[in-house]
Structure formats: C-alpha cells, structure tokens
Design a protein around this ligand. Structure first.
Ligand SMILES: C[S@@+](CC[C@H](N)C(=O)[O-])C[C@H]1O[C@@H](n2cnc3c(N)ncnc32)[C@H](O)[C@@H]1O
Length: 238
C-alpha cells in the first residue's frame, strides 16, 4: 500500500482506525490468539512505574495499555491515554465506565508528532502498535522522549518487518492472507487488515528501531522478541 505523501498516509490511518474502532479489540484477540494481552502486561512490567507515577499511553486506541497499567499498579498516580482517532478512544471510554479505577485515567486528543504536554512530565511513555503508522518515526520518538522524565522509560511495542527466513515466510502467509480474510469477516473493513501487513513490510527491523531510539536520546535500549519473533517490545531509558 503506497501513499503519495505523509499527509495522505496520516489521513488514511486516522479514518481507517475510525472505521474499525467498534471491532478493534475483538479482532486483536482473535488475530493473536489472546496473546496481545500478555504483551501489554509485559510492557507495563518493563515500564517500572514508581508508586504514584505517571504514564502516557500514546496512541492508546481503546485504552488497552492504560487499563493494563492501572490494573497492575493500583498505586499509580495517573494515566493519560492519548490518540488522534476519537472513535477509538470513544470505545475505550465506554469500557472505562465499567471499571473502578476510571478516575485516575484521562483521555486526550493528540498527535504523537506534537504532544501537548510539557517536557519531563511522565515516568514512562508507552506506545502499542503505533510506530508503523507514523509519518515521521524520529519525530515521534523525540517527542515521546521529550515528555518523559530523566530516568524514565520509553517503550515501543510493534510488529517489525518480518525476517527473511522460513518462519518469516510462513508468518507472511498468515499475515497477508489469513489476517485480511478474518479482518474483512469481523470488521467488514478488509483493506484495514491489508494495510496492517503492508505497514510491517516497510517498517524497521528490531536492531534498526533500537538505533533510532538511541538517536532520539534514549540509552540502555534493549528489546524482547515475542510471538515467534513476530512482535518486538523495545525499551529505553531517558
Ligand atoms: C493499532 S492501534 C493501537 C492501539 C493500542 N495502543 C493497542 O495497543 O491496541 C494504533 C493507534 O495509533 C493511533 N495513531 C496513529 N497515528 C497516530 C498519531 N500520529 N498520533 C496519535 N495517534 C496515532 C491510531 O489512531 C490508533 O488508535
């Protein structure tokens, strides 16, 4: 899937997530066999949030990382879930009404390339499945680093470009054929689930993303490969 300009990609991503918002959570669970819950739990563990700490879940979507953090850290100060697709957060807000920690979470309409928060605000800044979608990866990392406190952590969970080995080829069959079929069936938006593998094909390999995070000013950057090396969780310290 090729875009003629960054503005065209941004517009596509924004309207595509608005179209699939109502089926986003269900499709995630089916596509990953429920493993995505475990990855977000691991991300929250690696965020090493202090008691009373502050988390920014950027590109929160329906709030999965934010909710996982509030569940795992009842002593957390607050969590901000921010995203530029309001219907995704709308689904999250409906979920929030059913849980008891709602008062410690707020929602913010924001573009990750221009975060509306002061420098050094959060103890951790996390994103799940955002980075393939941004039009300027370095700027996104630089902004996330800017709003993170010194000593805090920036975490990136995403699907890197598949490896060129046998497993990578098998994964491509699943990703390029099975996922769009299921996505079309469940959300009625097959193109959105064609975009997903297409965006991974042009994304960075884990070592390349690590290097970009270091360039953005993070240190001690390391990553964990999940789901047979098809998903990567990167973490760096400011
Ligand atoms: C695949 S969803 C991930 C949602 C959630 N983080 C999760 O783990 O399920 C990607 C989200 O990134 C958001 N997004 C993409 N580009 C963005 C940007 N430039 N600024 C803010 N949000 C963005 C989309 O609106 C969408 O909700």
């Amino acid at each position: 899937m090729a875009f003629s300009s960054p503005a065209e990609k941004k517009q596509y991503v924004n309207t595509m997530f608005a179209r699939i918002a109502h089926r986003y959570d269900l499709m995630n669970r089916i596509m990953t066999g429920g493993q995505d819950i475990r990855w977000r739990k691991l991300l929250v563990e690696q965020a090493q949030l202090p008691p009373g700490g502050r988390l920014l879940d950027i590109a929160t979507g329906t709030g999965d990382i934010a909710f996982a953090a509030l569940k795992q850290h009842p002593e957390l100060g607050y969590v901000v879930g921010a995203d530029f697709t309001l219907p995704m957060m709308g689904v999250g807000q409906q979920r929030q009404q059913k849980v008891s920690f709602s008062s410690r979470m707020s929602w913010s309409g924001a573009d990750t390339l221009h975060l509306p928060f002061p420098h050094n605000t959060f103890d951790a800044v996390a994103s799940g499945f955002l980075m393939r979608n941004v039009t300027h990866l370095f700027q996104a990392l630089a902004e996330q680093t800017r709003v993170c406190k010194a000593g805090g952590r920036v975490l990136v969970l995403d699907v890197p470009r598949p490896a060129d080995n046998l497993f990578g080829r098998l994964f491509r069959v699943y990703f390029h054929y099975v996922v769009p079929f299921l996505g079309g069936l469940i959300s009625g938006q097959r193109d959105a689930y064609c975009y997903l593998p297409a965006s991974a094909e042009v994304f960075l390999r884990p070592e390349e993303l690590k290097a970009e995070m270091e360039k953005a000013g993070l240190h001690e950057v390391r990553y964990t490969m999940l789901m047979f090396n098809t998903v990567a969780l990167h973490v760096g310290v400011k």
